[in-house]
Design a protein around this ligand. Structure first.
Ligand code: C2O
Ligand code: CU
Length: 588
């Protein structure tokens, strides 16, 4: 046997070498099979930024806008140590779409699952991701999502598991809308009499980038047009080009963190195959364009089967409101074409804003993939929520069954667990409205409403139906889209209908066979939407319209279930004003 293990073919030497390699690799293999804890240290602060080429301030995380993307595998634990570096306001971050099973104090809803994290404090968000899918996170205090506090959260399958579809690569698109008016200005306007609405956004952003008053097309045509933009921070607003190879299949992950806009997305010449909605697989169906409402996420498969000598536009535009915001654009760049080669055809046109039949046709195609859990056939309780715009002492509000939500200072989770009777309204909020006499097609006869912060106490493990009933707003002939989002659960979307829900006629039309499981669903103007979920996750959970100004004006309710089953709530989930050094700091 030689003294070195160089190129020798000595069998013993080969054996020893193999053994050494095994020893080195073994721990790695084991690690990749097992779940991990992924640690993040984040600092939230205001920062100058030019999301749409106009300088403004954003709520940045570690100096970035949008915040860093979290990528994890099913079974992993995410640990975000969030430090509030804002000088004068609290903060809280919600992990949208993550059910927080067993960790309701990590849901990130100020006044519900925790106190706002004060300036200078650190909060430890620690939770498991138990389901693959496309998610995101965002601020959940005041209107901090509108201030730009958001980012992507993507959960991959556990090692060795396979998706029910194939793709060669993936692209991630986080969609949002952007105002030049800061959130304080926006908030004050909403709470002023006479009311000042936030208006339509100045720009739509794709991965935090948009172009205000500066045509993207111009940017690509020549350098002189770039200088026409004469705007600072061009590198912050330059579109993220989507680079692809011809004849491959890509998974596009889409999530909408918009504050207001319902969006429609299309890619020139290409069709898309919808395969995932809100972290659940759906029966694949093909579309030319897709509607995505605030709080929703999708995966679509895109096959790059068009002329490889061209690039193509990807566009997003506003639906459901008279658009005053230009389309958001980026380019699907077929390699090896240059990214600055302009597509030969114009960007796809967004369907007419009020073509609700187009939206309904799309929404009705979304059905659960076979193998998705089915809803229980019966419900134990049915809560009907009438969505109305109202007035309280002259202020414009949104209300559910005539109650406009104002969150209490003490978070519900702790006050329910420890029976603090004066922390919130102990009366049950209304289960229904006067459906016989209320005309949902007309402005409210008596628009006066009341503030409230009561909780729907749900029996643990009971099956709850929620019928969201849309109505006319304060002005005649106006009824808006509201995208509703539930924390802590996925629900089955049993159906959509026009007019007033009638148990007699509509009950039998509900889909109990293959309703999609989701965490967000819309109500169409003058329509209703029926949802079903099982109250099986101990905690206190927000259920609200995901339009940021609407929630701020009271458009939400609170559910609680099984709080008595939580053995301990970590101190940081209970106590307000805890500093970073004092938090209970659970170990791995
Ligand atoms: Cu993404 Cu309570 O919301
Ligand atoms: Cu709304």
């Amino acid at each position: 046997m030689g003294t070195t293990c160089g190129l020798t073919i000595d069998p013993l030497c080969r054996y020893v070498r193999a053994l050494v390699i095994c020893f080195i690799l073994l721990p790695c293999i084991q690690l990749s099979l097992g779940a991990k804890t992924r640690h993040f240290k984040w600092e939230v602060e205001y920062k100058y930024w030019s999301p749409d080429c106009v300088e403004n301030i954003v709520m940045a995380i570690n100096g970035q806008f949008p915040g860093p993307t979290i990528r994890a595998k099913v079974g992993d634990t995410i640990n975000v140590e969030l430090s509030n570096k804002l000088s004068t306001e609290g903060v809280a971050i919600h992990w949208h779409g993550i059910r927080q099973i067993g960790t309701p104090w990590a849901d990130g809803t100020a006044s519900i699952s925790q106190c706002a994290i004060n300036p200078g404090e650190t909060y430890n968000y620690r939770f498991r991701v138990d389901k693959p899918g496309t998610y995101f996170y965002h601020g959940h205090l005041g209107m901090q999502r509108s201030a730009g506090l958001y980012g992507s959260l993507i959960v991959d399958l556990a090692e060795g598991e396979k998706e029910p579809f194939y793709y060669d690569g993936e692209l991630n698109l986080l969609l949002s809308d952007w105002w030049h008016k800061n959130i304080h200005d926006q908030e004050i306007g909403l709470f002023t009499n006479p009311f000042r609405w936030v208006g339509e956004s100045q720009s739509l952003l794709i991965n935090g980038r948009g172009q205000y008053n500066c045509s993207l097309a111009a940017k690509f045509s020549s350098n002189t047009s770039i200088s026409q933009c004469k705007l600072r921070g061009a590198e912050q607003c330059a579109p993220k080009i989507l680079q692809v190879l011809p004849n491959k299949t890509y998974r596009l992950r889409l999530a909408s963190a918009t504050s207001l806009a319902s969006l429609n997305l299309a890619i020139g010449n290409h069709k898309m195959l919808v395969v995932e909605a809100d972290g659940n697989y759906v029966q694949p169906f093909e579309v030319d364009d897709l509607d995505i409402y605030s709080g929703e996420s999708y995966s679509v498969l895109l096959t790059t089967n068009q002329d490889p000598n061209n690039n193509y536009w990807l566009s997003i535009g506003v639906r459901g409101r008279l658009p005053q915001t230009p389309q958001g654009l980026t380019i699907l760049n077929y390699k090896p074409n240059s990214a600055s080669k302009l597509p030969i055809s114009a960007p796809p046109i967004t369907p007419v804003w009020n073509d609700y039949n187009h939206s309904k046709a799309f929404t009705n195609k979304i059905l659960a993939l076979m193998g998705t859990p089915k809803p229980p056939v019966n419900h134990d309780r049915r809560i009907i929520l009438l969505n109305t715009q109202n007035k309280i002492n002259g202020y414009t509000k949104w209300a559910l069954n005539n109650v406009s939500l104002v969150l209490p200072p003490t978070p519900y989770l702790g006050s329910i667990k420890y029976g603090l009777k004066n922390a919130f309204d102990q009366k049950n909020p209304p289960e229904n409205f006067d459906s016989i006499n209320y005309d949902v097609t007309k402005p409210p006869v008596n628009p006066n409403s009341t503030y409230g912060n009561g909780v729907y106490m749900l029996g643990f493990n009971t099956t709850v139906d929620v019928i969201l009933q849309n109505a006319n707003a304060l002005s005649a002939n106006v009824s808006e889209i509201h995208p509703w989002h539930l924390h802590g659960h996925d629900f089955w979307v049993l159906g959509y209908g026009d007019g007033k829900f009638s148990a007699e006629n509509d009950e039998k039309k509900l889909n109990l066979k293959n309703p999609p499981l989701r965490n967000s669903a819309i109500i169409f103007p003058y329509g209703w939407t029926a949802l079903r979920f099982v109250a099986d996750n101990p905690g206190v959970w927000a259920f609200h319209c995901h339009i940021e100004p609407h929630l701020h004006m009271g458009m939400g309710v609170v559910f609680a279930e099984g709080v008595d089953r939580l053995s301990t709530i970590p101190n940081e989930g209970l106590t307000c004003g805890l500093t970073g050094k004092m938090f209970s700091g659970q170990k791995n």
